[in-house]
Design a protein around this ligand. Structure first.
Ligand code: ADP
Length: 709
């Protein structure tokens, strides 16, 4: 009866999830029209050219600004478009760049389209325009002034930029970003960290959880070379928001401070080895370093063990790189050491080496030094002129050519032999690096937004789904309530009818209206029958509630089901007293046994016969068959009644469920009978199934284990 299929609501729920996900993700997938895609491409190209400003001729950059503004307009980002137009007007004024007049004109036209009344005053200098009045969209006004001050700032006209910023701040004093921008102009533009701090502190006062203000404050401290307080500020930002892009930036700054204060221009050394070198050809026969030795890879070592690059055991400012822990003395072994040297620009420098063993040095994968061991190690035995490239330079050293070595010296100096420390690498002052890191954060932010969009989509789907289930739950509760109401009206009918009958019969007897013993007997019988019906009905309900609460105790014993079936139909026939009722038991054998509680199975059969009777029309043909099928005993109750619609078959075993279609009209019941039957059968480890055809009849098949295991 209970097929393994999912319920209807499951399919509806699944469909709902699909629709939600589709509705929310479809716009993400398809929202980009052809025009938008084109605009994005244009924007990307333009930004690339603008970024490489110094390498491109002014006309190309002006064109890029124009393209960017147009692309932004096409994407509906009007406020951002402003900055492109203003950049042309301000960076390439006609007086200085007469060849760019055409661009200036186009930029002015572009602005005129964005700002009402612009063209009438187009002979005035840009910063004199008073676009506030009559402006249809105030956000465009703010964007305009913002672009103005940004352009002034980029052009190094800090006072003008500050003037506009103050104006904006007066109009919108809640907006702390103006204070931050003012602070940054003081810090990076006017080199006035003390003034800058006033602005950052003001922001922190207004909102103590403003993590990026702490990072800005940290940078102001750095400018004052107060590294201790700078680190404190960065740490505070990290504490407030551990994963924000600004806190991460602060973390990088701290790393920079560490390198600077420790005066370390050479990264930690990594070692690879030892490898077997008994034939003196060492590692190169397996993988020549010219082909690149990869920091992440694993190699097979002297003892055939897999080894990776390891951190150094010691390295200090003296330049001595200690290999003690790596080697066994007198080992015919070989090892490589790898480090990176930072330089803020392309420059000439020297590597100063000292080693008592053969040593080879590669700089950025070029072999620059190859020396056979002949003397004892000393500081700066050899000085190699090198060209350091801007950024990190890879230095690979092959050490310990023939026997166990204790270490080697390595220093970087300028060509005159002076230590380079700050000259080579000052991450705090290395603006290019700072900018690169910042860009990376901005890119990562983009990814975060994509991830956020996906998360919102899922959250919205989940929300709608739960809403659906909530509503369907309420709906099913309403349905159950209605079923309960039906139940109460049915039950009261079942109770009232026999009581009314008993009352009427006994009153008639009392009034002496019934004469003759036979007649009186008939009345007495009717009273007894009604009372029994009432008792059975009440018992049925009580039994069910007992069963539900788990209070019903069964007595299983070997029981003859043919006997039980016969007894049940006897009781029912007596009760029904209906000439139209034809009921019989058919059994394959005289006795068919099952391990069962006799009374409980009797109730089951009575309930099923009662239904068969109730849901038959005039012709009430009922057969109870008992069969033996392998380990099971089958009891089938078959009628030729109204039948059960297919889609209702699964539900009729639910508590209070009744079919209320026309064919059933008029029959009363509790909707508990089959639920009760099912519970009893399940307690017997049995099964119940239904076969039915509308208008032809139904068959309820009970299968009980012949023996309980
Ligand atoms: P009720 O008290 O309504 O008979 P049941 O739980 O015994 O409650 O039965 C649930 C519903 O199943 C009935 O309302 C009826 O619609 C349907 N039903 C049960 N037995 C039969 C049957 N033999 N023929 C047709 N319909 C039946």
């Amino acid at each position: 009866m209970m097929s393994g299929k999912y319920s209807k609501s499951f399919y509806i729920g699944a469909l709902c999830v699909f629709l939600c996900v589709f509705i929310f993700t479809a716009p993400l997938c398809f929202s980009q029209t052809k025009e938008e895609a084109k605009a994005f491409k244009k924007l990307e190209n333009a930004e690339r050219i603008i970024d490489s400003r110094t390498d491109s001729p002014p006309a190309a950059i002006a064109q890029a600004y124009l393209d960017r503004a147009e692309a932004l307009l096409a994407l509906g980002r009007e406020t951002e478009a402003t900055s492109g137009y203003l950049a042309i007007i301000m960076n390439y004024p006609e007086a200085e760049y007469p060849e760019l007049t055409e661009f200036n004109k186009k930029a002015e036209e572009g602005l005129a389209n964005l700002y009402s009344g612009f063209s009438e005053r187009s002979n005035q200098p840009v910063d004199q325009y008073r676009v506030m009045e009559g402006q249809k969209d105030p956000t465009i006004f703010f964007a305009y002034i913002k672009s103005l001050y940004e352009n002034y700032r980029n052009l190094g006209r800090y006072e003008k930029s500050l003037h506009l910023l103050r104006k904006l701040y007066n109009i919108d004093p809640e907006n702390q970003s103006y204070l931050i921008d003012m602070g940054n102009i003081y810090l990076h533009g006017l080199d006035d960290p003390d003034k800058a701090m006033l602005y950052f502190r003001k922001v922190i006062e207004m909102s103590p959880e403003h993590s990026s203000a702490y990072v800005d404050l940290g940078m102001a401290y750095e400018k004052k070379e107060d590294y201790e307080n700078a680190i404190k500020s960065y740490e505070k930002a990290l504490e407030i928001s551990p994963v924000s892009q600004w806190s991460m930036y602060g973390l990088k700054r701290m790393e920079g401070i560490k390198y600077t204060t420790e005066r370390r221009l050479v990264k930690d050394w990594y070692f690879l080895g030892p490898f077997d070198n008994s034939d003196r050809r060492g590692l190169e026969k397996v993988f020549p370093p010219e082909e690149g030795i990869d920091l992440g890879a694993t190699y097979t070592g002297k003892s055939k063990k897999q080894i990776k690059w390891s951190r150094p055991y010691s390295y200090d400012d003296s330049g001595f790189v200690d290999l003690n822990m790596l080697f066994d003395q007198n080992d015919y072994a070989i090892a490589y050491a790898l480090t990176y040297v930072y330089s803020s620009r392309d420059r000439e420098a020297q590597f100063r080496l000292g080693s008592d063993d053969g040593i080879k040095v590669w700089l950025n994968d070029d072999l620059i030094f190859d020396y056979e061991a002949t003397r004892s190690a000393g500081v700066d035995d050899d000085a190699i002129d090198v060209d350091l490239k801007k950024g990190w330079n890879k230095v690979l050293v092959k050490i310990s050519e023939s026997w166990g070595s204790w270490g080697f010296y390595f220093r970087v100096t300028d060509p005159a032999g002076n230590p380079l420390d700050f000259m080579i690498f000052d991450p705090v002052k290395d603006d290019a690096r700072v900018k690169r890191i910042y860009k990376k954060f901005v890119r990562e932010k983009g990814f975060r937004i994509t991830r956020m969009a996906m998360a919102y989509t899922l959250a919205a789907s989940a929300f709608l789904l739960s809403l659906y289930f909530m509503i369907s739950n309420i709906a099913s509760k309403i349905k159950i309530n209605r079923m309960k109401e039906d139940f109460i009206s049915s039950v009261s009918h079942e109770l009232k009818t026999p009581i009314a009958a008993v009352k009427m019969l006994s009153e008639t007897l009392k009034r002496g209206k019934v004469t003759g013993d036979a007649n009186k007997d008939h009345y007495y019988d009717m009273i007894i029958r009604e009372t029994e019906r009432l008792t059975r009905f009440i018992n049925k309900i009580l039994d069910f509630s007992k069963l539900e609460k788990g209070g019903k105790i069964f007595y299983f014993e070997k029981t003859d089901m043919v006997d039980v079936a016969k007894e049940a139909i006897g009781i029912f026939k007596d009760e029904a007293q209906d000439e139209n009722l034809k009921i019989s038991v058919s059994a394959e054998k005289p006795q068919i046994f099952a391990e069962a509680d006799k009374d409980a199975i009797m109730q089951v059969i009575l309930n099923l016969i009662d239904n068969a009777y109730k849901y038959s029309k005039e012709k009430k043909d009922i057969t109870v068959s008992v069969k033996q099928a392998r380990e099971n005993t089958l009891i089938e109750i078959m009628d030729s009644g109204v039948g059960i619609p297919k889609e209702e078959i699964e539900k009729i075993f639910d508590k209070f469920y009744r079919i209320t279609k026309d064919v059933m009209a008029g029959t009363k019941g509790s909707g508990l009978g089959l639920a009760f039957v099912k519970d009893i059968i399940q307690s017997h480890n049995g099964k119940i199934a239904v076969e039915s055809e509308l208008g032809k009849g139904s068959k309820f098949i009970i299968s009980l284990p012949a023996e309980r295991v």
